[in-house]
Design a binder for this molecule. Structure first.
Ligand code: FES
Ligand code: MG
Length: 587
């Protein structure tokens, strides 16, 4: 105590065995401790500096990340919980990424957000972290940062929007934008209806209400053990989110006192459970790159093939868009994520313990299913064996993925002639051209969209259907791309083709009319062109000229250091841990 008044709050520091990290700033009475304490005295009490946990709330609230704008209110509940448990909370704004708005693609900045957050966690006098995310990249970036810095951490997902509805029909974020816009292009939907539905889609605060990347990463964070069990999927507008946020603040203080690190929670067993969950909910393919990147930070050996090996036979239980029909509010009312996970309890690793201190499997007790149309049983699933499949072949020697839950079953085995596009712009310019030689048996190829070729690896793999094909009433065809696809999208889309065209992948050598063979059951993706013929080909200038140029700053760093999708598209120098060690003095 640095003044003579008596501290009356409960003394969290007295319960801790070891000195808090922040004591390196605030402990003692020398000149530097004076500096550190004096400047922080803006209403924080004297006992903030007595060795109790100082907890940063890493807050991605931003008016330009519309899915996260409500997080300041959530942060207040977290603060209340931290105070109540005897800790001291600090709001720490971190880089935020609004998926729909940020160019060129929010994914270009995921690693930057992770790097910046990691460094601010390291640089500051903090003992624990509450990670507030929502929109697609925000939870992955914060988990990557926390994993690398190794400070005790817990996630609060911001929660999905309430169901949208227009003229008596539910509107799913993202998914219905893709669907309705294709109907307009096919001449089946009045363009006015389409435009009018716009103001009904986003009905409340929160992130996308489909099982897109944000909903997926909230569930995946919970399956990893990094949230209080039961929080994933509570709608952003539901009062229970604030109750959970308060409880999370309390738990963050305990985690700091006990020194529970992210690495001790995110074990190989935890990743196993995350992959089971990803398959059972029909989650976003983006979770594959995010989980690989997080594993790389925390030192868990996770490979692309693990997603297939662990997840492929898992039944799809959750009937949510884009794989099914309902929305996140329906899942919550049907019993929620843990009720769904309870249906595949036998597949989970019982050794994985969550931040709440008990095995995840024990947290499934008491979560019942109230609506069997929304959450199916493992015996009567929406689809059997719906987990992400990993394909290999000359066209993807380091792997490509496909999400059977979002695909047309009849197209999972298909052979057809390639129609090749060398950039997103090329695709948009020609896709509806009446002269384009394409029919429903063609395989659309879009290349130059991998992590390096189009820095950030944009969500363009679900190319719009050519008008000629749409007009025939066809709504899906095989598409192959080295980019990603929105978690809200659907279709028979082979994505994350690795190596990408810009990294020497065979994709760069495909020509119009070449036969491509897709066989998901055999897990193959093959370009049926002889090696002798391929040896004579070089990537066309129209492709290589479209590749991203490293001009300066972040894009320069990114292009020089980004890894391929099968390693999570992290930067090579960010893999692994920096650790929580206190850095050198500033004065
Ligand atoms: Fe933010 Fe979908 S755009 S979650
Ligand atoms: Mg997205």
């Amino acid at each position: 105590n640095h003044n003579d008044s008596e501290s009356t709050t409960n003394d969290a520091s007295s319960r801790s065995g070891e000195a808090m990290r922040s004591s390196a700033w605030y402990g003692g009475d020398d000149r530097n401790a004076y500096l550190h304490r004096a400047w922080m005295r803006r209403g924080v009490p004297d006992h903030a500096f007595d060795g109790r946990p100082n907890i940063a709330i890493a807050n991605t609230a931003s008016d330009l990340s519309p899915c996260n704008t409500h997080l300041d209110e959530v942060a207040q509940s977290v603060k209340n919980g931290i105070y109540e448990a005897g800790g001291i909370p600090y709001n720490l704004p971190v880089i935020s990424l609004g998926e729909t708005t940020v160019r060129t693609t929010a994914m270009l900045w995921r690693n930057m957000a992770a790097m910046a957050a990691e460094e601010m966690f390291r640089a500051n006098p903090i003992d624990g972290l509450v990670l507030l995310g929502g929109c697609d990249k925000t939870i992955p970036a914060l988990l990557m940062a926390a994993a690398s810095v190794g400070i005790p951490a817990i996630v609060v997902p911001g929660g999905p929007m309430l169901n949208g509805s227009f003229r008596g029909r539910p509107l799913g974020c993202g998914t219905d934008v893709w669907k309705l816009s294709e109907e307009v292009r096919a001449g089946k939907l009045d363009p006015e209806y389409f435009v009018k539905s716009e103001s009904s889609m986003i009905r409340s605060r929160g992130h996308c209400n489909t099982m897109g990347t944000a909903s997926t990463m909230a569930c995946v964070a919970e399956a990893l053990g990094m949230t209080l069990p039961g929080i994933a999927g509570i709608p952003a507008s539901d009062s229970r989110l604030l109750e959970f946020a308060h409880a999370t603040g309390r738990q963050a203080v305990r985690l700091a006192e006990e020194g529970v690190t992210p690495a001790s929670v995110m074990t190989k067993a935890a990743f196993h459970n995350a992959i089971i969950a990803l398959a059972a909910i029909g989650g976003s393919t983006n979770a594959v790159v995010h989980l690989l990147a997080i594993a790389g930070r925390v030192g868990v050996e996770l490979e692309l093939d693990d997603f297939d090996r662990i997840g492929a036979d898992v039944p799809l239980l959750v009937n949510l868009q884009p794989a099914g029909e309902h929305l996140m509010e329906d899942l919550f009312n049907a019993g929620g994520f843990l009720a769904a996970l309870g249906e595949v309890r036998d597949l989970l690793d019982p050794t994985a313990v969550t931040v709440a201190g008990r095995p995840l499997v024990d947290e499934l007790d008491g979560h019942e299913v109230w609506n069997r149309d929304v959450i199916r049983t493992a015996d009567d699933p929406l689809q059997r064996g719906a987990g992400i499949a990993v394909l290999r072949g000359n066209l993807a020697s380091s792997g490509a993925i496909i999400k059977p839950a979002a695909a047309t079953p009849a197209l999972l085995r298909h052979r057809g002639p390639a129609v090749v596009f060398d950039s997103v712009e090329d695709m948009h310019a020609r896709i509806d051209d009446p002269a384009l030689d394409v029919d429903e048996n063609s395989v659309l190829v879009l290349r130059g969209c991998g992590p390096r070729g189009y820095p950030g690896m944009p969500e363009v793999a679900n190319m719009p259907m050519p008008k000629r094909v749409l007009d025939k009433g066809v709504r899906d065809m095989v598409r192959v791309c080295d980019g990603r696809m929105s978690g809200t999208a659907y279709g028979t889309v082979v994505l994350h083709v690795t190596p990408e065209a810009a990294a020497g992948g065979l994709l760069a050598l495909v020509q119009d009319g070449d036969l491509i063979d897709l066989d998901v059951e055999a897990r193959t993706l093959t370009l049926l062109v002889s090696d002798a013929e391929l040896a004579t080909r070089v990537p066309p200038a129209s492709l290589t000229e479209a590749y991203g140029k490293a001009e300066r700053g972040w894009s320069q760093l990114y292009i020089d250091h980004v890894q391929q999708a099968d390693s999570g598209a992290d930067l090579d120098f960010l893999v692994g841990a920096s650790g929580p060690a206190v850095m050198r003095e500033s004065h």
